[in-house]
Design a protein around this ligand. Structure first.
Ligand SMILES: *Cc1c(COP(=O)(O)O)cnc(C)c1O
Length: 357
């Protein structure tokens, strides 16, 4: 994306904003969206903020058939002072390019994409909900638009950013969830696309989630795709365990998606002088730690929930409860600190917050 101006075409009508208590996740969208188009000859052109509306695409567009697409997810918050705040947004743009690289899609200009996001946020600032725990979810994504049924990288793409006001993930306060350890299906394997935020990974995860839902579990715990022995992720979150005072998260192994929340938590723990280590951890080890009373806390991490405490695991019909099914102290401390940095109410030692206006 060479630096070009962004054209703004404002919507003639304004959509109705949902009430804070009615906000869900990803159902309602703001009045505007950002679009840029790419073709091999010209690179990125036609950067524009336009009214939110359905797209017209050729039915043969490669994205529909072979899933050549990537996405990102981050949030904007309104600070007490009325400023728009983002959390490490440059990390999302960088990861988007890493995903693009894996899917043979063109790179975006990360700085320009961030600038485009800021302009879009200013146009739709009214849509950022104010109630505690609410935010504006930001979904940048890229799709392959060339009409072609051959299996090959597209020569045409569209990059877009859409925005959706979302409610608090924890309407009744932060609470632990029950997890089903998945022994049949896998999310990703080394050498596959697990490290990229690409649609196919999420399509591939639906079946296991459906089974977990039916059994009354809220998420699945994914094991490695080769031996089904080592822990990888929980749902579409990274996962952490506190065992004997030490915090452990599975090391990046070529199939785990590197979360920005994960990265931030590792940095925070180091800053607090709490031992944290990235290494392989097996279900067998977790079971043993639980049996010995050494498993103190477990939690998932990601943009949507920030911290999602785990209260129970079911592994091959054996259940083990963590911390009496209650939210652990460290989980709570991490949640409060991260959400405080995001909304601008607690000290931000790493300057992760970015104010837009
Ligand atoms: C997005 C995502 C995460 C979490 O990433 P964050 O940057 O922390 O939101 C973890 N695992 C998967 C599979 C993901 O798609």
């Amino acid at each position: 994306m060479t630096v070009q101006t962004i054209e703004v075409k404002l919507s003639e009508s304004k959509g109705e904003k949902p009430l804070a208590e009615e906000l869900q996740f990803g159902r309602v969208f703001t009045d505007h969206m950002f679009i840029a188009d790419y073709c091999e000859e010209k690179g990125w052109t036609d950067h524009r903020v336009v009214p939110y509306e359905p797209l017209t695409l050729d039915p043969a567009a490669i994205v529909f058939h072979y899933g050549q697409t990537v996405f990102e997810g981050l949030k904007a918050y309104l600070s007490k002072e009325g400023k728009i705040r983002l959390f490490r947004p440059e990390q999302n743009m960088r990861r988007m390019n890493q995903s693009c690289e894996r899917l043979c899609m063109p790179q975006i200009d990360e700085e320009f994409a961030l600038e485009a996001l800021k302009q879009l946020l200013i146009v739709d600032k009214d849509w950022i909900p104010k109630a505690e725990g609410t935010s504006l979810y930001i979904r940048p994504f890229m799709i392959a638009t060339e009409p072609y049924l051959g299996v090959a990288p597209s020569t045409k793409y569209r990059f877009m950013i859409i925005l959706s006001p979302v409610g608090s993930y924890y309407k009744e306060g932060i609470h632990p969830v029950k997890i089903l350890v998945e022994n049949e299906y896998v999310r990703a394997v080394d050498g596959g696309t697990g490290t990229a935020k690409t649609a196919g990974n999420y399509a591939a995860s639906l079946k296991a989630q459906e089974v977990a839902d039916q059994k009354g579990y809220s998420q699945v715990l994914w094991l490695d795709g080769v031996e089904k022995k080592y822990i990888e992720e929980v749902g579409s979150m990274n996962v952490f365990f506190k065992i004997n005072g030490e915090v452990i998260t599975p090391e990046l192994n070529g199939s785990i998606l590197e979360g920005i929340t994960r990265k931030s938590i590792i940095q925070l723990l180091k800053h607090w002088n709490i031992p944290v280590i990235e290494r392989k951890i097996s279900m067998e080890e977790l079971k043993e730690a639980h049996a010995n009373g050494a498993l103190e806390e477990a939690f998932g991490t990601g943009t949507a929930a920030v911290i999602s405490p785990i209260g129970e695991f079911n592994w091959q019909d054996e259940k083990f409860v963590v911390n009496e099914g209650k939210t652990g102290e460290l989980s709570k401390q991490l949640y409060d600190t991260l959400t405080g940095i995001q909304t601008g109410t607690v000290e931000d030692p790493f300057n992760w917050g970015v104010e837009v206006n």
